[in-house]
Design a protein around this ligand. Sequence first.
Ligand code: ADP
Ligand code: MG
Length: 233
Amino acid sequence: MFVAVGLIIMSGLVVDGISKEFLTRAEPLVVLRNASFALGPGESVAIIGPSGSGKSTLLHVIGTLDHPTSGTVEVDDENPFELDEPSLARFRNHNIGFVFQDHHLLPQLSVLENVLVPTVADGGPDNETIERAHSLLGQVGLSERLQHRPAELSGGERQRVGVARALIRQPKLVLADEPTGNLDHSNAMAIGKLLVDLQKHENAMLVLVTHSADLASLIERQLQLADGILRPC
Ligand code: ADP
Ligand code: MG
């Protein structure tokens, strides 16, 4: 799926026929059955499903943290599962930003340093990247908290840091797994709006999985995952 404009190829995310089985002592556990969807640049989708429906499994496969049993994922016409392990790690680091339910901030680092952590694999941040971190932290409302440690922040503030960190490398794709699952309703909706605003501003693609219909309603398109099958709501 691409549109050629002169020499520029604009593409996006293609998730094509993903199935995932886990081997168990008994029969294989089939979690995903032929899941498919596509996103263009700047587009977003929410995937809704109850606990245990396979949302994290799907997100892990799209994020190249786990291999599918069958099917393919392509980001701008590149199939990451064809890469060797070091190239795959580079691909993930350059193209994908993750927001987790638990913020996964490093407790000994400041807010600013936590946002810069994804740049360490490439030798650390340059001045431009440090400016970008300041700008992102301003956009999530944390300009006055740059030197705070995670323990000195509220749950909502920690998740704002997580959003800024996910975007620091200008990823093509942001993957959010129950990003507001630990927050109260009003904080959850505020973080959801922030995530969508920033994703649009950055023209990144967003796949957000959640059990919350309210959170999903903030996103332009919704799919439902039930019995391993992904279908429109
Ligand atoms: P959700 O994120 O929607 O709550 P998950 O994707 O975490 O659901 O899990 C879907 C199903 O797959 C669950 O029944 C879970 O127990 C099972 N599962 C997840 N990971 C593994 C694994 N590594 N090995 C075996 N079963 C797994
Ligand atoms: Mg999950």
